[in-house]
Structure formats: structure tokens, C-alpha cells
Design a protein around this ligand. Sequence first.
Ligand code: SAM
Ligand code: SF4
Ligand code: F3S
Length: 450
Amino acid sequence: MPSVYIKTFGCQMNDYDSGKMRAQLAADGFIAADEPGDADLVIVNTCSIRDKPEQKLHSFLGTVLPQKKVRPVTVAIAGCVAQMAGKELYKKYPSVDMVFGPDAVHRIREMVEESKVRRVLDVDFFGEDTYPFPTDVDPGDGGGSVAGFVTIQKGCDNKCTFCVVPSTRGVEVSRPAVEIVDEVQRLCDRGVTEITLIGQNVNSYGLKLGAPGLVGERATQPQPAFAELLRRVHEVEGLELLRYTTSHPRDMGDDVIACYRDLPKLADHLHLPVQSGADRVLRRMKRFYTREVYLDVVARLRAARPSLVLTTDVIVGFPGESDADFEETVTLLEAVRFQGSFSFIFSPRPGTSALRLMDDAIPAGVASARLTRFQAVQRTIQLEEHRGMVGRTVPVLVDGPSAHDEGVACGRTSSFKTVNFPASDDVIRGSWVNVVIGVAYANTLRGTVI
Ligand code: SAM
Ligand code: SF4
Ligand code: F3S
């Protein structure tokens, strides 16, 4: 049997695409290899969001391409770097057999066949009305995991000045709701109990349909709005917990907020990237909200669901960010009391409009000192919030045995906290247990099942 190894960098969209490739290749008999050295086909699914993930492609190829000299192996570069720099990569690495972007994922089987006779390059985008969402479910999904991911849209129509995603993933397209509900149902039938709906701007789902210029089937069959989609998915039999990521603060309408009041299976956690706490910086990032608007969204969410835990993304050292601007990001962190964040130093990316602001670039030392300070404040808040949970009993959705500790199982709360607890073999994966929290760490909690 042929085997495939897929190395995935980047976000959940890439993880999901890798799953779809595995699913489609399984139809041709491909099994998953544990190591690139054992595989007949090696695919590296790349990310170009910052410079660092992009560099990982080159080091990975440095370990894989020499194998071509000693054994037959097909090597493919997929994903966002391939989309951005496909032609250059195709020239730079003549021994790479396939280079293709995210829109070609559904053609993987054809491309593997084609690569047997010629090198393949496919970085074309589909139009809004023709984009085919692959429907095969990854054979790995549900194979013991309680969590499943389902894409609800592709691309992004925003133009945040720092971000490459609109160039790598193309225009925003909402996947038909019937397909989404069907995929959620198929995963739940396999024992998945926690579903995360994914996309780059999920809460604008459905809004782009019927937009001027849209032709074909999707123009005549507008999809429901995101809030309605949440309500439909919430009804799927077997579903215990519903999450989504990533949403944009400016599209957080009252209808979505009302779901936090009405839908008990909607998680007690929301990842709502803010990027900066300073209006000046938000304007230059073209985020289309102010600090005040963001705080108002948070207040309305908490009115609908007082227990809601928020996490966020932050960029420090954006061109022109003053000390005072950065302090506003820290005070926003303190005001909202985010219980987790991904924080990054601004990385200038090809083709983005922030490159025009580079005259105001922030020195590397200043940016990294800001990152350290932000992360220290974040850690203190997390620890304080976690210590406040000690002695409380919380429902935990069991994920399985801990990877590090024998006799210990781990799971997640609805608020996305990882909880470890001693467990016997009869703890059922995918079921809820009540755990009394005994010890708090910055990133995890430990407790005892009652
Ligand atoms: N669509 C989401 C949003 O609007 O927040 C997430 C986009 S991106 C995949 C994930 C995060 O990477 C962003 O929220 C941002 O904080 C960070 N990011 C994107 N471009 C960046 C850049 N050029 N430099 C540093 N961080 C960046
Ligand atoms: Fe990038 Fe902005 Fe789109 Fe998020 S909303 S993917 S940050 S352009
Ligand atoms: Fe990276 Fe592409 Fe995701 S650039 S973050 S893999 S959409």
C-alpha cells in the first residue's frame, strides 16, 4: 500500500485541508506514514502568516529532498506559501514534484497521478460560485478524538493591513449550510462530541451571498446568517459542545450574541482577536472597530453569558505603535481579563499594505520588550483566574489519557481550560465528568473526579 506523510504548519484551516487530503488519498489506498522517511508521498502544508512559519518550509525541505537521491519519493509543497510564491518555489526546488495552493486541495488525487508523468503547479483560485468544498471526512477524525473541525467558509474579504490571508486564501465563500450540518452529523455519528466550526471570519458567514457580481448556484441560494447556522448545528444529535473560530469583532451582531443566551451547548469560551488596544493602531491596521466598540461587544456578550471566558490575538510592534499605544493594549488586557492570548511581534509580509508604513518600523529590541511585558501580564491574569477556580466543581469533557502522566486523564471545560485528573480505565472519552479543582497552574488545572 502507498503511504503519505503530511507535515502541517499554520492554522486550523491548514490542519483541516491536510485532513481532507488524507481522506481523499485514502480512496486510492494511501495509508498514513509515521515519519517522512517511511512515506512514498510527502506533502508539506505551509503557512505564510509570519516570516518564521514560512522559514519552516525551507528547513523541512532540507531534510526531505536529500531522500530523493536514495529512494523514490514524491514531494509536494501545499498551502499558503505555495499560493503566494508557487512559481518561485517551482523554480527554486526543481526536484519538488508538486506545488499547489489551498484551492487545489480537492484535486489531490488527480495531481498525484499527474506527477507520475510531469511536475505539477496549480495556484489558480476558484470563483465564489464554483469553489468546491471537499466533503470527505478525514479517516483520522473521530478515530478516538472527541474533537472535530468543520470548515464553514473559505478565504477572507477583509483587508487587515498586516495580513497575507486574503492573498493566500482568496475571496470569502460561505459553504452551504446543508453540507456543514451533514458533516457535523457524520462526525458525531463517529463519536465526536465537540465540534469547532472554522473559517477566517466565521461571523460574516452567509453575509456575502447575494453580493453584487455573484453568479451561479450560490447567488440564488443564499445561506443563513452565522447565528442561524449556530442554531442549526446546535440541534445535531450527539453534539455536546459547539465552538467556532475565528470571529471578527466588527461582525459580532446581536443575533450571534443572543446565541450565548439561548444555546446551552455553545461553549463558554470565545476567541475574539483584538490585535491592539489603541485606536490609532487599529485604524492603521484597518480593523474597522475602536477600543470602545470592542469593549461594548465584550459587555454585551457577558450580559448574555456572564460566565464567558475570552481569549484573543495581539500584535505588538506594529509600525508607528508608540509606548502609549502599547500601554493601551496592556490596559485592554487588564480590563477584559483575557484568559489566554496568542501574541506576536509584527512581521512584515509580502504584498500587504502595512509595508507602506515601514518608515515607522519599531526597532526589534523595543518590540520584543513589549512582547515580554504583554506575556508577563497575561500569565499573571491567567494564574489569578485559575487560582479563583480552586475548590470549584467544573464539568470536564473527557479527551482521554494524559500524554505525560500514567493513570491521569485530561479533558477540557466548556471554557477551554485543560484539566488533568487521576482516572481509572472506566472513564469514557467524550463524556462529561465533574471535577473539583485542586491545583492551578498558568496553563492547566488539576483536580479530582467526584
Ligand atoms: N482571521 C483572524 C482574525 O481576523 O483575527 C486570524 C488571522 S491569522 C491566521 C492569526 C493571527 O496571526 C492574527 O490574529 C494576528 O494576530 C496574527 N498575524 C497575522 N498577520 C501577522 C503579521 N504580519 N505579523 C504578526 N502577526 C500576524
Ligand atoms: Fe487576516 Fe484580517 Fe482576514 Fe483575519 S480578518 S484573516 S487578520 S485579513
Ligand atoms: Fe497560515 Fe494560511 Fe492559516 S497563512 S495562518 S495557514 S490561512
